[in-house]
Design a protein around this ligand. Structure first.
Ligand SMILES: [Zn+2]
Length: 172
């Protein structure tokens, strides 16, 4: 689990406290600021005073609720629902002709960078990481589009939160 958790850590030098998993009050965490996982205390993972341990715990208290587990959706080759898979919008003109406008939410009608999970837009690079987790289930159905989406793994012992993309911001 420790090795698996390394996949969820921050990789760059900007936030050194997030480059390794850390333990806090009975849980071991890994996060890069966008995605966070935790599992009951993993052997050999120390506390880290520099890590945002309390904030991590608070995020689970705030967002890990109203859980309704479902299977992970298929990634990526789903068609864009904004333009119905066309890649562009058809705009009727006053004279009866039509104009086309690029969709901007997809590449040629396919969701290349993210997948819609109910109302939330989740980056595919994170969905691929989540698929590394055994027995993954997600709970997408909170009302707030920009609230983190809970997920669980390892027979609902492991817990996770993933931030949705902001609309129009690509990977943001
Ligand atoms: Zn589209």
């Amino acid at each position: 689990m420790k090795t698996l958790f390394q996949n969820f850590c921050y990789q760059w030098d900007l936030r050194p406290s997030l480059k390794k998993p850390f333990s806090y009050e009975g849980w071991t965490y890994a996060t890069d600021g966008r995605i966070m996982v935790r599992f009951p205390m993993i052997d050999g993972v120390e506390e880290n005073k520099e890590a945002p341990s309390q904030k991590a715990d608070e995020a689970f208290i705030s967002f890990y609720k109203n859980l309704k587990w479902t299977e992970m959706p298929l990634l990526a080759d789903t068609k864009c629902e904004y333009c119905e898979g066309r890649g562009f919008f058809i705009l009727p003109m006053a004279d009866g002709a039509v104009d086309k406008e690029e969709c901007g939410e997809c590449l040629d009608g396919f969701l290349a960078a993210w997948t819609m999970v109910e109302k939330k837009k989740i980056a595919n690079n994170y969905l691929r990481k989540m698929k590394l987790l055994p027995d993954l289930k997600i709970s997408p159905s909170s009302n707030e589009i920009f609230e983190p989406m809970p997920f669980t793994f390892h027979q609902e012992i492991g817990q996770g939160l993933i931030m949705p993309c902001k609309y129009g911001d690509g990977y943001e």
